[in-house]
Design a protein around this ligand. Sequence first.
Ligand code: FAD
Length: 428
Amino acid sequence: MGRAFVYVILGGGVAAGYAALEFTRRGVSDGELCIISEEPVAPYERPALSKGFLLPEAPARLPSFHTCVGANDEKLTPKWYKDHGIELVLGTRVKSVDVRRKTLLSSTGETISYKFLIIATGARPLKLEEFGVEGSDAENVCYLRDLADANRLATVIQSSSNGNAVVIGGGYIGMECAASLVINKINVTMVFPEAHCMARLFTPKIASLYEDYYRAKGVKFVKGTVLTSFEFDSNKKVTAVNLKDGSHLPADLVVVGIGIRPNTSLFEGQLTIEKGGIKVNSRMQSSDSSVYAIGDVATFPVKLFGEMRRLEHVDSARKSARHAVSAIMDPIKTGEFDYLPFFYSRVFAFSWQFYGDPTGDVVHFGEYEDGKSFGAYWIKKGHLVGSFLEGGTKEEYETISKATQLKPAVTIDLEELEREGLGFAHTV
Ligand code: FAD
């Protein structure tokens, strides 16, 4: 049994949704495009899972956050795919791909062939077992990547009111989940090996702004150590966690956010892999000219920094998806993907944005009080390479984004840059 399509998108997450919209904008005929996804629902805005989805009052539920609400585009419900003649094959895992033959084999035994394949398989959470700790399958140990994880976490949260949660990991998932747990009246302890939260991006000064606020909300931080084992009751439910520093923390709920690994395994030995992802060129095209990769799974050239990067953020998933479709459907007019890395997060009443590369010397500016914004610039080899802003207006975020994209020379000394603050970005 087999079906043939001109375009197949493997994976039905954020990047797939944005690619589908771009295909329809450029014009696909009924039956030309197929999306195959292991998830049982049409593509949705994954960032909602650690934010609106976990709220105790009026939580976000599908269909309200299908792509592309995050970018204020049309909302793509299952009906939208049907109306546009796009075959949406849901709840179906692809178990092998033959790049030479241009075929995929699904878990249901169907062979699907393509002329162009777009890999949008995203990533999976790293499991504690990969660090030698057993217990990930306990009913109150939660990871958060997909809707099934989010539903499970929401259920465990409901049964843990006024209880204790231990959040393992101080990155995006850890910080956003900790905030959501506090809002759900759960006592939270965060555990991570680094000296401060969001260690890959935040400076100690930026991190202290958020950590102080979390502390004021009752969150405890245990830093510089890692989880070594769980304690279980007779139902195999976790009751406590043991840390390497000897501490023992009671737990009704454990959230684990210790990083992700891109889903490349179907292509190992068939396509070039770099920095853990599928290596693509500036057209998002892999080492096989019929195969493209987008989103978290793709390692692409970031022109601004002259380096190959794999990014794990929704904005690059959206934009790389659009670029790949443009390169496939309009190869002559499509130039190089010239992407400015952009990350953001929202926790409690905070909201920050970051553009560029957090490397080099850092200059902080502003004070976060009375609704004023607070920010930082990263300067490398005399040029502005990164900008961070908390509490900015839409216009201010646009200003730092545009300034960073231009990578301007910083001719004033760093103290003056600190005094100028946002004013500097306005002058670029
Ligand atoms: P995904 O959205 O993960 O989609 C991959 C899809 O492929 C999934 O549907 C998966 O089931 C499917 N798949 C994989 N393998 C197979 C297979 N073999 N067969 C069939 N289907 C398969 N980024 C930000 O910038 N800001 C945020 O605030 C933010 N918050 C986040 C909060 C959470 C809880 C999570 C999990 C992520 C967050 N991110 C955030 C990251 C962002 O969501 C990702 O960068 C984005 O989803 C990547 O899109 P993608 O399409 O590459 O992968």
